[in-house]
Design a protein. Structure first.
Length: 135
């Protein structure tokens, strides 16, 4: 079984890289960084901003392929976990790259705010428990 880090990374058009022995290490994608500047929860919804859409329409100049892929994917809100899964990149790498895009103003996040700072919504917890029990 191959792990996501052993697979060839998809290119912009959804094509597989023809050099199957070529692998991109996570530290190359993040410039050696292991922590994101922004603390993003897994469920944070990421969406491309108007500035990001305009930049993509102009060809995404000066954006690395991975950053361009994330900005393209997030025309519809996606969670950080979904971005990681869709692009076959490690979750922490996705967090770092989304943080880079946020710093450039190309994506924004929408976080769900609990009604009470002390306790999460009881109905949400019941739905999560029901979903786990159905597995």
């Amino acid at each position: 079984m191959t792990s996501p880090s052993d697979r060839a990374f998809p290119l912009e058009g959804g094509e597989e890289d023809s050099f199957t022995s070529f692998r991109v290490r996570p530290y190359l994608l993040t410039g050696g960084r292991t922590r994101a500047e922004v603390d993003l929860p897994l469920e944070a919804q990421v969406e491309t901003t108007e500035a990001g859409r305009a930049r993509l329409e102009n060809g995404g100049q000066a954006l690395a392929t991975e950053l361009r892929n994330i900005a393209s994917l997030c025309h519809q809100p996606q969670s950080v976990a979904e971005i990681s899964a869709h692009l076959c990149i490690h979750l922490q790498v996705a967090r770092i790259l989304v943080g880079d895009l946020m710093a450039q103003g190309l994506v924004a996040t929408h976080r769900a705010t609990p009604r009470s700072a002390d306790r999460p919504d009881l109905r949400l917890l019941e739905r999560v428990l029901d979903g786990l029990q159905s597995l």
